[in-house]
Design a protein around this ligand. Structure first.
Ligand code: PLP
Length: 424
């Protein structure tokens, strides 16, 4: 090899990004799998029901499958074949979203403010890349872990304390005392992650609560990152389904949405992010203002290859008359599972939250147990898998999450086991 033996350099390895080494997030699921595997080994005949998973279980509605098949067929003919598509999504889908999800509900959003993606996970994880490494961050707690973990990877969170909290993050702790509603912090923050209907607590923020946040963000020039992945589950007519139902939100809020839990797209991968043109941030030069819409557009053009054409056609079918009816029925059926779960848990004496306008029931564990203690008890006594609340952040300790996404048969069987084996 030419230049072999450059002095001392043979020992050197490429260094990794140390911020990634700070991730501890997979720990929960590794631990979960290990405990389940140990249980299965000890009880090979037990039939476990997994109420922990956040994945949907029913097939895609017929109207969506019909369109998906037609789009697949299009791909085989030169005249209708589609190759590389726009990174921001096809206009046909962006226009349908603007019309049905926003304009029809009195919210003026146009197609150029919508960015179609391969799901809300990537968008909620990557959006923070647009902002300064020193941006201060507030995060609802407990929360979908991606908000904190993506900021860990960007070196924005500081040190992990003994209390399970990163010292640079502002935690908006949600408890029964505040109705699981994130309260305004007493300092200024740049970025605010909110999620309603919430994963994992199932809580929905009222219009008044959202209006307080919008007012705060306007006063301090903060940006709200509003995750509305579960908006289709809102059945309370008074509750907002979009942050743009609050006046003034266009200047300060980005909204993330997904077809995953609405239409069964967890494996199809399609979501979208709404970035109104009014959102403007600063730069280090001080005098320059930057359009967040333009910045994300540029970023996507470099890093995102677009959502597959066939998937976008299938997503478009959710807005047809049949599609709307079928999607609504799908969501209703998961909500009915939550109702069955809630009823069984209440009969068994538990304090139960959520599950009415969200596909998750949030359960306070009995005194003397922590999240993992109750996980073990549910596994041992009822052969049920639940998700320990502490996996969603320190604010989740003392709770577990139960999802409404199982089949009706499994849900009924689980409800029965709860009433028989998990009495408080
Ligand atoms: N946001 C929240 C709050 C979620 O719970 C999830 C998935 O569980 C997502 C976003 C990601 O959804 P998607 O499947 O669109 O990536």
């Amino acid at each position: 090899m030419k230049n072999a033996g450059i002095s001392g350099e043979g020992e050197r390895r490429v260094r990794v990004n140390e911020d990634l080494l700070r991730l501890s997030g997979t720990y929960l699921f590794v631990e979960l799998d290990e405990r389940i595997a140990a249980f299965r080994a000890a009880h090979p005949n037990a039939r476990l029901i997994d109420l922990g998973q956040g994945d949907v279980s029913r097939g895609l509605p017929a109207a969506i499958m019909h369109e998906l098949r037609a789009a697949v067929e299009d791909m085989s003919h030169p005249a209708t074949f589609r190759g590389y598509g726009p990174a921001v999504g096809y206009t046909f889908l962006r226009e349908l979203i603007a019309v049905h999800d926003y304009c029809a509900r009195g919210i003026p959003i146009d197609a150029d403010e919508i960015f179609v993606s391969d799901g809300a996970k990537g968008d909620t994880a990557q959006f923070q890349e647009l902002f300064d490494r020193d941006a201060t961050v507030a995060v609802i707690d407990p929360a979908y872990p991606v908000y904190v973990e993506s900021n860990i990877m960007s070196g924005r969170v500081g040190e992990l304390g003994a209390n399970g909290r990163y010292d640079k993050l502002e935690y908006l702790v949600c408890t029964p005392e505040n109705g699981f509603r994130p309260m305004l912090p007493d300092r200024r923050v740049d970025l605010i992650y909110l999620c309603s209907p919430n994963n994992p607590t199932g809580a929905v923020m009222s219009r008044a609560a959202l209006a307080e946040w919008v007012e705060y963000a306007r006063a301090y020039h903060s940006v709200i990152l509003f995750d509305a992945a579960y908006e289709a589950y809102v059945r309370d007519a008074a509750a907002p389904r979009s942050i743009y139902e609050v006046s003034g939100a266009r200047e300060v809020a980005v909204e993330f949405r997904s077809f995953s839990k609405t239409a069964g797209f967890t494996g199809m991968r399609c979501g979208f992010t709404v970035i109104p043109r009014e959102i403007v941030c600063g730069s280090k030069k001080g005098t320059t203002t930057v359009s967040v819409n333009a910045l994300w557009r540029r970023r996507q053009s470099v890093k995102f290859g677009g959502t597959p054409y066939v998937v976008q056609r299938a997503a478009a079918a959710t807005y047809s008359k049949e599609g709307q009816e079928q999607v609504r029925a799908l969501v209703d059926s998961y909500l009915e599972n939550c109702r069955l779960m809630r009823a069984a848990l209440e009969d068994a004496g538990f304090a139960v939250y959520g599950g009415r306008d969200a596909p998750y029931v949030w359960l306070k564990v009995p005194p003397g147990l922590d999240s993992w203690g109750f996980f073990d008890r549910a596994l041992e006594y009822a052969h049920l898998v639940v998700t320990p609340g502490v996996g969603f952040g320190p604010g989740g300790e003392g709770y577990v999450r139960i999802s409404g996404f199982r089949s009706r048969e499994d849900t009924q069987e689980a409800a029965d086991r709860i009433r028989r084996h998990l009495i408080v």
